[in-house]
Design a protein around this ligand. Structure first.
Ligand code: MN3
Length: 380
């Protein structure tokens, strides 16, 4: 029986991961969440993990008193997350927290020699070089949870990495597919929060609407699979049935298909290399009838081109565009800026900041702080 700790346990990936653990009898060692005390309490009572942690330190007292009749140890803050990430009892740590906050717990888990099921894309976007080199040094495996990266990982099974020509990263195109720049100027928060295929948290739903999500996934794929940016193609595939594909030297293309349900990639990341029944629907290709493919609109969706430019330039640029995006999305969700400004802000970072290197974790946090401060200064 595998022992799992879940960071971000109250979010969409977290709750589905718990379902997978329940279904297949994986033991939950620890759970952590940002601030949802009600749900954390409920999860702690149901699964009786050894530890729970709440990232928001103001919620610590409340959670601790609510669980005072149990033997669950309550932790808080970044220290709490990192403590959980490095527990001896962990066989694998599933990291599905939202944002840059996920980087340090990932590094901590890897440092402790723990395999990571990674759903926190900002980990690899902001600290890709640090994370991948540390994982190599410690002999730790990173299993992708994101559906596209899981698809690529599945398509790579049984083949040699040096035989790969390129990967084809599919994108749903989000709710504003086909919109012109003019049309994007008038979209509302409610429009942006409606995703055609996937039911997700607010941050990633907005990232899907701006296509920043695909930009982050592009960077994530580069690090996970050790590719050059030129080896990654993005194709808009509205139905989200083909989750991504790999083209080999002989031009054979292997794709992974399935209904758009995160439980499939979550389960694969936790149970790898096993394939067992998943609590989802089977795929009926004839129900879909038609699958479509198109080029993304890089000009209109500025976040996507900014992210690709950032990883091509290297250094701190991926971290800068990611942090600028986090701040811009927060401002958009708070009705401080319009949808269209997210892309403008994210791409302006490429002009604003000179090239700097990332050599250690502190370089990441410095770039992160600088980008956030810059964004706050333009928003006012
Ligand atoms: Mn994805």
């Amino acid at each position: 029986m595998k022992r799992v700790s879940i960071l971000g346990s109250t979010g969409s990936i977290g709750t589905q991961s718990i379902e997978v653990c329940e279904k297949h009898g994986l033991e939950i060692i620890a759970l952590a969440a940002h601030s949802s005390v009600d749900m954390l309490e409920e999860q702690a009572r149901k699964f009786r993990p050894k530890y729970v942690a709440v990232y928001n330190e103001e919620k610590y007292g409340e959670l601790k008193s609510r669980l005072s009749d149990t033997d669950v140890t309550v932790l808080c803050g970044m220290d709490g997350l990192c403590h959980i990430a490095s527990l001896d009892e962990n066989d694998i740590v599933l990291n599905s927290v939202v944002g840059m906050v996920g980087l340090l717990p990932t590094l901590t888990a890897i440092n402790a020699g723990k395999d990571v099921a990674l759903a926190n894309k900002e980990t690899l976007v902001a600290g890709g070089a640090l994370v991948t080199s540390l994982a190599k040094e410690k002999g730790v495996k990173i299993y992708p949870v994101d559906s596209e990266h899981s698809a690529i990982f599945q398509c790579l099974q049984g083949n040699k990495p040096e035989q790969v020509n390129k990967i084809i990263l599919t994108a749903s195109g989000g709710p504003f597919y086909g919109y012109s720049y003019e049309q994007l100027k008038n979209v509302t928060k409610a429009d942006a929060l409606k995703h055609p295929n996937w039911d997700m948290g607010n941050k990633i739903t907005i990232d899907s609407a701006t296509l920043m999500n695909k930009g982050l996934e592009f960077i994530e794929a580069k690090w996970l699979f050790d590719l050059e940016p030129e080896q990654i193609d993005i194709v808009v595939h509205r139905q989200s049935v083909i989750h991504s594909a790999v083209e080999y030297k002989d031009y054979a293309v292997i794709a992974q298909l399935g209904v758009p349900d995160m439980k499939i990639p979550i389960q694969y990341s936790l149970l790898y290399p096993e394939r067992v029944e998943c609590p989802t629907k089977p795929l009926s290709l004839t129900d879909y009838g038609t699958l479509t493919f198109a080029e993304p609109d890089y000009k209109t969706f500025k976040c996507l081109s900014a992210a690709i430019e950032a990883i091509s330039r290297g250094g701190a640029y991926p971290c800068l565009v990611n942090s600028a995006n986090e701040e811009a999305v927060k401002a958009f969700l708070n009705d401080e800026i319009k949808f269209i400004q997210i892309g403008e802000i994210v791409s302006s970072v490429l002009e604003k900041f000179p090239y700097t290197e990332i050599k250690c974790y502190e370089d990441v946090t410095a770039a992160d702080a600088a980008a956030r401060e810059y964004v706050r200064s333009i928003i006012g």
